[in-house]
Write a protein that binds this ligand. Structure first.
Ligand code: BG6
Length: 489
């Protein structure tokens, strides 16, 4: 049984319920799955059911299986209460017992904290006090916690210590929704199921790596959260650190959760902390001003709803990290992410070293272009190898050509949310696509020197960039300083 705290929020309607629908539809999860929801809200159980059903119909359109939607919606039970009310918890016990009886769910509960972060710890502590982590023979009880996990290294460490006082490590599933993306999971398959890439996946052949997560959306209705968070906290210790870990990790000894997580922690812990002087030029921050996206005028960040009109919060960061391992010593990893950029685009680009000698010239004065291997995560889903080819004709001239694998060509396009695998794995007890607390802390450790420098007003200016651009000029300088440049979006 799935027990969602904060069921009335956006996450359930937009992602969790559609994911559950897909899982039942594809028969990964038995039809008798039931959902219990706990949230403060002045809606009735029937209204919640109707809203969730409507939202499924909207999302799946003509392909929607109406019988399945009705069945799923009828299995939603709702406790309308705040998380501190004794009566609310009493009602939850009754609902759980009733579902166990009616749907034969066997006392197996997956708790999902789709709440604001301040409730993570109190709800988990309360679950423990209510005896809801205790299991009988053959039973399981697990809890999924969404991000943000802490707001800096110390708070993440503290949260993890407190959680472990009341639940076992193997009961805590920390989610990073990037690990639910097929293209992200495929990085491991690409690297470790193929023999041809791994031998060149190191400092001898790789010049540097660029990881880009560009968004064209602004802060939308999340100004209140975002203005206290900023792009660095919102994206780097979790999603971009995750992409870096998968790109740079050593091959694990097996595909078990522990082996995978151990290797990812190791690589993140090998990122040397930036010293405060480095923060001046290794960390660039920007904030979007007015501009145009797809021809439409959009307002600057400071004019967004719930944002301080004087806000100094960054909506863009570009960073340079090193990874001090034998494999990567001397190879920079450049990371950038921003809101209101010219388009939505996420990629990992591995830039290979030039050949030792330049035998061929291009016509004109340009040299052959370096080789890139590009893993495009979204919205395009492909892997692309860029290399030089001969232009037909009597003059020996070369030009950049591409070899592409596109997901659509082989696997079609599925109407997936990215939460299917994560929910399913948590139900079967496979934590390999979840984070361990030490991994999250290693992500925070990477950015902590920058947070400290910025808190003391050191570490470079906040650069404004027009909405719809590729970010601030200063980000270009970060790479020019190393005689390199960003790939155009
Ligand atoms: C979330 C951030 O974790 O990830 C958001 O809080 C961001 O600010 C989102 O927009 C990006 O996710 P995706 O899947 O759209 O790349």
């Amino acid at each position: 049984m799935l027990v969602i705290f904060g069921i009335t929020g956006d996450l359930t309607a937009r992602l969790l319920f559609p994911a559950l629908y897909n899982l039942v539809h594809d028969k990964f999860v038995p039809d008798q799955i039931a959902v219990a929801g706990f949230a403060l809200g002045d809606i009735t159980e029937q209204q919640l059911r109707d809203e969730l059903a409507q939202s499924l119909r909207r999302q799946f359109g003509q392909q929607a299986d109406n019988h399945l939607i009705e069945r799923l919606a009828s299995r939603v039970h709702f406790v309308a209460s705040d998380f501190e009310s004794a009566a609310g918890w009493q009602q939850l016990h009754e609902v759980l017992a009733q579902i166990d009886r009616d749907h034969k769910t066997g006392g197996n509960y997956l708790f999902y904290l789709a709440t604001a972060p301040e409730f993570f710890l109190p709800v988990v502590q309360r679950l423990a006090r209510e005896g809801l982590f205790q299991t009988g023979k053959g039973q399981w009880r697990r809890v999924i916690i969404e991000k943000p996990f802490g707001h800096d290294l110390e708070s993440a460490h503290e949260l993890s210590r407190e959680l472990l006082k009341v639940a076992r490590q193997d009961q805590i599933y920390l989610i990073d929704h990037y690990l639910g993306k097929e293209t992200v999971q495929n990085i491991m398959v690409f690297r470790f199921a193929n023999g041809i890439f791994e031998p060149i996946w190191n400092r001898r052949y790789v010049d540097h790596v660029q990881i880009t997560v560009a968004e064209s959306i602004g802060v939308e209705h999340r100004g209140r959260y975002y203005d206290h968070t900023g792009a660095l906290r919102d994206m780097i210790p979790n999603h971009l650190a995750q992409l870096l870990a998968l790109t740079a990790m050593e091959p694990p000894s097996s595909f078990s959760a522990m082996a995978l997580q151990n290797e990812q922690v190791k690589v993140l812990e090998s990122v040397p902390p930036l010293d405060p002087e480095e923060c001046e030029w290794c960390a660039v921050r920007g904030q979007y001003a007015n501009g145009k996206i797809a021809g439409q005028a959009v307002t600057g960040y400071r004019e967004e709803k719930y944002v301080d009109p004087q806000s100094k919060t960054e909506t863009y960061v570009a960073l340079k990290f090193m990874v001090d391992t034998w494999r990567w010593a001397g190879v920079p990893f450049y990371l950038r992410t921003g809101k209101r950029m010219s388009k939505r685009y996420t990629e990992i680009a591995i830039r290979f070293r030039n050949p030792p000698l330049t035998l061929f010239r291009r016509s004109g004065a340009t040299l052959p272009q370096p080789n890139h291997l590009v893993i495009a995560v979204q919205p395009q889903e492909h892997i692309l190898l860029e290399f030089e080819g001969k232009v037909p004709g009597p003059v020996l001239e070369t030009r950049k050509v591409n070899m592409t694998f596109d997901y659509r060509d082989y696997f079609g396009v599925a109407n997936r949310t990215g939460y299917e695998t994560l929910l399913y794995d948590a139900m079967i007890g496979d934590a390999s696509l979840f984070k361990r607390a030490d991994m999250i802390e290693a992500g925070w450790a990477m950015v902590q020197p920058i947070l400290d420098a910025w808190a003391e007003n050191r570490g470079g200016e906040l650069n404004l960039y027009p909405a719809g651009s590729e970010g601030p000029e200063a980000a270009e300088n970060l790479l020019h300083h190393d005689h390199r440049s960003w790939r155009p979006l």
